[in-house]
Ligand binder design. Structure first.
Ligand code: SAM
Ligand code: GLN
Length: 267
């Protein structure tokens, strides 16, 4: 576990996983007997973790915005910095703005957080990938999603029906935004295990962001918002993509003070 940043914590989490117990039981019963099978499972998990397998995939879950999400290989692991995107949507929300579309929903983490926080929200969550969408559907059941519809499809294809034109209050997305070259330099933990098509967006890393900025005005109500996560080095190139059909374009910094979220209002 030498390359793991919090080895003590991770070892404890993997031990809890192999014993199938929660944190409270872990502390309440320090004398608990460990069976051979559980011990073998523990060492199997530790071995995989020390080979760089992501902790979230080994545990089969990840926390985001106080809820727990099932996640496994093939599906992007929610990141804490994406909570800023949720925070900004909540800040921009006011009564009557309830139609929200989450493009590239992954585990469903953004959509389910907004479903939890925004009264009367009506959410459409999409993903091009069926493994991601099935995971999101499962997470919606587990976390009692109230008003989320899931549709598989690329970008705006799930919104092709006429009823979606100029009907959305928010279009939100944490799209793939890493460029091909950068992908090669990402930590092996990401590069060797997470789905490339969830992270990489062509040569410049901006292809997906550009399509979202170009396509969103057709589906947003006048005054509706586009809220996107961006890469920390994409502030100026992302800002340059917003034309005259947009106003109040703002970039927001994350906890590490890096540009992370852009919000813009359709004129
Ligand atoms: N929303 C999740 C989050 O914030 O943790 C997942 C974000 S992940 C960076 C990007 C997601 O976009 C992946 O789930 C991927 O399958 C999906 N995706 C990739 N290309 C897409 C496309 N053309 N149309 C819709 N979704 C796409
Ligand atoms: N933050 C992610 C990473 O560095 C990239 C996420 C994305 O492309 N949306 O792995």
């Amino acid at each position: 576990m030498k390359d793991v940043s919090c080895p003590h914590l991770e070892t404890k989490l993997l031990l809890m996983e192999s014993l199938s117990i929660q944190e409270a039981q872990f502390h309440a019963h320090p004398q608990k007997k460990v069976f051979r099978k559980q011990e073998r499972e523990f060492y199997r998990l530790i071995f995989k973790r020390s080979c760089g397998f992501p902790l979230a995939y080994l545990r089969g879950k990840k926390e985001f915005w106080s809820l727990e999400y099932q996640v496994g290989p093939g599906v992007f692991i929610p990141r804490p910095e994406t909570e800023l995107l949720v925070e900004k949507v909540i800040e921009l929300w006011s009564e009557g703005k309830e139609i929200i579309v989450d493009i590239g929903t992954g585990t469903g983490n953004i959509a389910l957080s907004l479903d939890l926080e925004i009264p009367n929200a009506r959410i459409l969550a999409t993903d091009v990938d069926s493994t991601a969408l099935n995971t999101a559907r499962k997470n919606s059941l587990l976390n009692q999603g109230k008003n989320i519809q899931f549709i598989q499809g690329s970008l705006f294809v799930p919104l092709e029906k006429k009823e979606w034109v100029e009907s959305c209050d928010f279009i939100v997305s944490n799209p793939p935004y890493v460029c091909e070259k950068e992908w090669g330099n990402l930590q092996p933990e990401i590069k060797n295990h997470e789905p490339k098509k969830a992270v990489v967006a062509g040569k410049r890393g901006l292809e997906f962001i550009e399509k979202l900025i170009q396509g969103a005005p057709r589906y947003l109500k006048p005054g509706g918002y586009l809220c996107l996560e961006i890469g920390s080095l994409q502030k100026s190139s992302a800002l340059a993509l917003f034309g005259r059909e947009w106003k109040s374009v703002q970039v927001h910094n994350d906890m590490q003070n890096l540009p992370r979220v852009v919000t813009a209002q359709k004129s």
